[in-house]
Each structure stands twice: as structure tokens, then as C-alpha cells.
Design a protein around this ligand. Structure first.
Ligand code: E4P
Length: 214
């Protein structure tokens, strides 16, 4: 499973990249607002750090404007993936981006029906928001299972990018289901390496090592 970091923070992205943990980056307007720099500047910086798909989201909501904005984002770097909201106008734009060879990440997916339509439009990635579904008393991972099954049933090449991941269990469940990718906040990436028995075991080894004759 590909692991992406869900962040607009260049410091976090650099550290995750140094851990060898990440294959790409996803951003959204809320994350980029925290970065405090223009979107194009941050996306260009991220592309210098990580050699993989880097999702940058359009703000437009009408087909022609989405196309204009997405083409500009795609010019920043060959690895830029244009992130488009899952609305009718967004799907019209995705169809054209696909014909133009521009990779897309269709975001804000909350149902299998939406995800199927995104695949029909030719989306490179679909981003189902599992954490936000859980927050609304739904079962986010059930949607991941449904999309993986539907895409396999019909041979769609669209990759299921598990998004809105809140904790390590989401990550492991996505891998067990066979999702193509998951995008994780830096906090969750750090949680993945942690285990109390690792800490206890290391402390014991280091203590015992002091007894080894020099
Ligand atoms: C995905 O691409 C989104 O940027 C992100 O995963 C949303 O996560 P949130 O629900 O924690 O904001």
C-alpha cells in the first residue's frame, strides 16, 4: 500500500520523507492555509522533497474554471495530481483532465455511488474520507471495502486513496482491505512506529549493554 502524508507543512513532510515512510503527499486548502505561503510556492517546495504524486486542490467549482486552475497547478511539476471535488462540474473536468493526461484525485467522496462515477470519469485516485464518515456515526472503512470491490469487479484503474485517516487502526484496516493507498497526518505516521514493548525492550538492552566488559 502506498503511504502519503496529508500535510502542507514542509518540515513534517521532510521528516517523514527522511524516515522512508512516504510515497507521496496530499494537501487541501485547510492544510495549506496553515502553511502561510501561496499554494504554488508550497506545492513547488513539496515537489522538491518528495518524488511521488503530490495532490494540489482546485478552489473553482465550475468546469471551465476548474480546468484553468488545474492546468496551472499541473504546470508546477510533473508529479502534481490535480485534486478536484466530487461534484458534477468536477467530474466533467476530471474527464477532460484524463484525456489531457493530467492525473487527478477526486476528493470529498462519501459514498460508493460517488466513487463509481469518479472512476467512470477516469479519476487517477478517489479519496473517501473515512474519519469524517465515522464522525457522522457511519462506518468509513465499509466504504473502502465497497470501492475496492467495485473497482475490482469492473477492472477500473482508479486507486482507492484512504483519506481522513485518524489513527493507526484505520491504516491497518485499509491495508487489510487492499486499498491502494492511504494518506496520513504526520501525527499518525509517528504513531505507527510506536509500541510500548519496543521502548521497554530497548531500555532493557541499553541497561544490559552497560554490563558488557569493555
Ligand atoms: C484528503 O485528501 C484530505 O486532505 C484529508 O485526508 C481530510 O482529512 P480530515 O477529515 O482529517 O480533515
Amino acid at each position: 500500500m502506498k503511504i502519503f502524508i496529508d500535510s502542507g507543512d514542509v518540515g513534517e513532510i521532510r521528516e517523514a520523507q527522511q524516515m522512508g515512510a512516504i510515497d507521496g503527499v496530499t494537501t487541501n486548502p485547510s492544510l495549506l492555509a496553515k502553511a502561510g505561503k501561496p499554494t504554488k510556492t508550497v506545492i513547488a517546495e513539496i515537489c522538491e522533497i518528495v518524488d511521488g504524486p503530490i495532490s494540489a486542490e482546485v478552489l473553482a467549482t465550475e468546469k471551465e474554471a476548474i480546468l484553468r486552475e488545474g492546468r496551472e497547478l499541473a504546470k508546477i511539476h510533473k508529479n502534481v495530481v490535480v485534486k478536484v471535488p466530487l461534484i458534477d462540474e468536477g467530474l466533467k473536468a476530471v474527464r477532460i483532465f484524463t484525456q489531457e493526461g493530467i492525473n487527478t484525485n477526486v476528493t470529498l467522496c462519501f459514498s460508493a455511488a460517488q466513487g463509481l462515477l469518479a472512476a467512470k470519469a477516469g479519476a487517477t485516485f478517489i479519496s473517501p474520507f473515512v474519519g469524517r464518515i465515522d464522525d457522522a456515526a457511519g462506518d468509513g472503512m465499509e466504504l473502502i471495502q465497497q470501492l475496492v470491490t467495485i473497482y475490482q469487479n469492473y477492472g477500473f484503474e482508479t486507486q482507492v486513496l484512504t483519506a481522513s485517516v485518524r489513527h493507526p487502526v484505520h491504516f491497518v484496516q485499509a491495508a487489510l482491505i487492499g486499498a491502494h493507498a492511504a494518506t496520513l497526518p504526520f501525527k499518525v505516521i509517528k504513531q505507527l512506529t510506536r509500541h510500548p514493548l519496543t521502548d521497554v525492550g530497548l531500555a532493557q538492552f541499553l541497561a544490559d549493554a552497560k554490563k558488557i566488559p569493555q
